[in-house]
Design a protein around this ligand. Structure first.
Ligand code: UTP
Length: 299
């Protein structure tokens, strides 16, 4: 029997974004732009293309720019219409969300990703749901969540996006303890958040895309603070690897993930997305070549 369709997605955006201070003193991290689109737009587009219909944002104080971003902007639309800027008008319209498609919930204290997801429990109800962390941006021919939905239709249970990382980096991630390796899909027999350098069960790290069963929300009900003093989503998912759980699968997605929650990752994504844009590629690549030549000459 095929699992129930995934139509709801949670976007936890209530974090403090301290790695981008002072910018995040007044701008939500998710509104920062890669070329000309805010991070959140990439996540929304990815969710839409995977069949998501209900978008649940878990926000916090100071995130109103994020909420405004999805409103229609009639004045701007009229101005573009009047001046015949049809292409820009289309781009603008593609950011509008249907009335009622987005719900905003507040996480009143940043108690961790697990807690942020738990805040959405009443809107999720008894259905499988996706979680997307907008600061993980994934460039892929077929969007990562759509790849996962396809795989999930075969496995059911819980599915987390996973990628191999250098062993010395594993302690920055949730890491899978691999039970059975089937290639693109692995069955996990455990999962640990930010393991100590010599205790990582593998170097298959979990990144910010998940498809979860509502049982994970029940597990979150009981959870105490875990690694780093936060309520960890990883711990609630890990409970599902046990004999009574619904199973956890890691999915090696096809694509390139950029950690836009870090400055280096954000800069790398900016270069990659800039170079992938036909309207910018020539000028930008000529500039980068010049820069590289100057750097080499200075060495
Ligand atoms: P991060 O670990 O990147 O934390 O959160 P952060 O606060 O956003 O950024 P730094 O580390 O201080 O720079 C991963 C995701 O979980 C969300 C964040 O908004 C981000 O999307 N999150 C984290 C919450 O929604 N609530 C929390 O309590 C913690």
């Amino acid at each position: 029997m095929k699992p129930k369709k995934v139509t709801k997605a949670v976007f936890p955006v209530a974090g403090l974004g301290t790695r981008f201070l002072p910018a995040t003193k007044s701008i939500p991290k998710e509104i920062m732009t890669l070329v000309d689109r805010p991070l959140i737009q990439y996540a929304i587009d990815e969710a839409r293309s995977a069949g998501i219909k209900d978008f649940i944002f878990v926000t916090s104080r100071g995130k109103s720019a994020l909420e405004d971003y999805f409103d229609t902007a009639p004045e701007l639309e009229n101005a573009l219409k009047k001046s015949g800027k049809e292409q820009l008008l289309e781009i603008l319209k593609s950011t509008n969300m249907d009335s009622g498609a987005i719900a905003y919930l507040r996480q009143n204290r940043p108690l961790g990703l697990g807690h942020a997801v738990w805040c959405a429990r009443k809107l999720i109800g008894d259905e499988p749901f996706a979680v997307l962390l907008p600061d993980d941006v994934i460039a892929a021919e077929k969007p990562c969540l759509a790849q996962m939905v396809e795989a999930y239709e075969e496995t059911g249970g819980n599915m987390v996006a996973a990628m191999e990382v250098a062993p010395e980096k594993a302690s920055s991630y949730g890491v899978l303890d691999i039970g059975e390796d089937m290639g693109a899909i692995v069955r996990a027999k455990g999962m640990v958040e930010k393991p100590k350098a010599d205790e990582a069960p593998s170097n298959l790290a979990v990144i910010g895309r998940y498809i979860l069963s509502p049982k994970v929300l029940n597990n979150l009900n009981r959870l105490k603070q875990g690694a780093g003093g936060e309520i960890q989503l990883t711990d609630a998912i890990a409970e599902e690897t046990g004999p009574d759980g619904s199973g956890v699968f890691g999915f090696r997605f096809r694509g390139m993930r950029y950690d836009c929650g870090s400055k280096a990752g954000f800069l790398q994504a900016t270069v990659a997305f800039g170079l992938s844009r036909p309207d910018l590629r020539d000028e930008f690549s000529a500039y980068l070549r010049d820069m590289m030549a100057q750097l080499r000459a200075a060495e």
